[in-house]
Design a protein around this ligand. Sequence first.
Ligand SMILES: Cc1cc2nc3c(=O)[nH]c(=O)nc-3n(C[C@H](O)[C@H](O)[C@H](O)COP(=O)(O)OP(=O)(O)OC[C@H]3O[C@@H](n4cnc5c(N)ncnc54)[C@H](O)[C@@H]3O)c2cc1C
Length: 469
Amino acid sequence: MSQTTSSTPLPTTFAIVGAGPAGLVAARAFRRYGLDVEILERWDKPGGLWNIEQPGSPLYETCNFICSRDFGGFIGFPMPKDYPIYPRWDQIRDYVHDFARHIGADELTRYGADVAEARPVSDERGQYWVVRTADGDEREYRGVVYAGGAQWDPYIPQIPGEETFTGKIIHSAHYDSPDQFRGKRVLVVGAGNSGVDIVCDAAFHAKKAYLSTRRGYWFFPKTAFGKAVPDIFQGVAQIPATSLFDTPDFPAAVELITASVGDLSNYGLPQPDHAPATTHPIANNQVLHALSHGLLEHRPGIERIAADTVHFTDGRTVQVDLIVLATGYDLHVPWLPEGLVPEVEGHIQFQLGALAEGVPGLYASGVLHFADCTFSMFDELVNVAAADAYATVSGENLENIQRLRDEYRPNLQGDFPFLKVRRNVNQVDVPTLRKVQEELRNDFGIEIPIYPGGDDFYDHPARSAAVAV
Ligand SMILES: Cc1cc2nc3c(=O)[nH]c(=O)nc-3n(C[C@H](O)[C@H](O)[C@H](O)COP(=O)(O)OP(=O)(O)OC[C@H]3O[C@@H](n4cnc5c(N)ncnc54)[C@H](O)[C@@H]3O)c2cc1C
């Protein structure tokens, strides 16, 4: 590290760790405030986990976007109109690469920079950060933004008797393609988006396929009446009128789609013990097809494993060769001083998903989860971090920002009765977030561009207002 004296000015550049979608939107937001940034990315290109070839990427060959083309993109940068309703992973990769080019990410990024440590420094010059990369290089920054992703650290539960298992147990992060299933009896544990995708691959390619979930979930098709179901559920798309009914209002639309799936016991599925959308929604046509065609069977939670046999809590057993744990991810930041940022059940906690409480100059992008599309949500929320950083550097709006840091702790889950499960720790209720964004604007002077999306996206006035670097 270079020698500094009290007359050396404070560094002005902010380090953004990670050039995935969350890091790219952070760079854009900070630059919109006129702040200097350097993105530090351990891999050799932007795009994050959408670069399937990056070691540790949890992506698999059969992955498609779970958000729609129309509502899944970055603010002011719609996905190509000729993309399918649910783009393939490689189309999302290309789209993120295009976005990176659009914001000039290559000029802003130090590739091959694997951050090993970031520590806050407070001396006679003021507060700043020192960031060390794995090659030993140390540099000073005014602040640091965590944008390292939330799906690199598999959460692996212990299963009684697993040491006796004669087959193989992998986490979904290590699933790549259906080739891994050929000729095998496969059990997938967990019904998150990856779990359901992967169990469909097993249904169509393995010798036998089972899905184990501890509770019943709501299952929905991915499209209904020609529209993306998540868009209908978010209230941004409507079921068109037919000769049988006029365009249903929102509650009627949800009921219609739920009713179209019908009694889940017809598919061999347990009844959900929770209201729809109190945990992640499962939108997947293939799983319903597989269940209704005998290609896949549901089982409850695992009680224990003995040799090649899995015993379930209802007393049934199956013999399997491969168990895929689609049990989600933890989110730790190993390169920050231990305890600097609190964790709840393996998930770091940032105020509004953006500010480290009591730690000036430390920010986050991409650490919250939404039922809505994540790119635009990351894009919106990171403005809180950018506004804080700008206030710190310029002194403008500092009073509001300080008040926000001191007092503003809205419950981002609102009154929504999210299930108290590990995966919901950082889950956000989007209507509540919308109200919070209003308060950020009106009470704290923080502008949040909103993603309009939809058919009128291309002409929407908010689009021109929203971001241009
Ligand atoms: C299988 C799967 C399917 C998904 N499907 C969808 C979907 O359909 N829609 C959706 O909106 N979201 C989806 N997601 C969520 C996904 O997390 C987001 O789409 C998005 O990629 C998150 O962006 P990110 O930038 O936060 O993280 P990432 O994409 O993970 O990028 C993080 C970047 O940080 C870098 N990095 C990490 N640590 C360091 C370090 N110490 N030093 C330097 N660089 C570092 C990594 O190399 C990486 O490039 C999916 C996730 C998975 C696993």
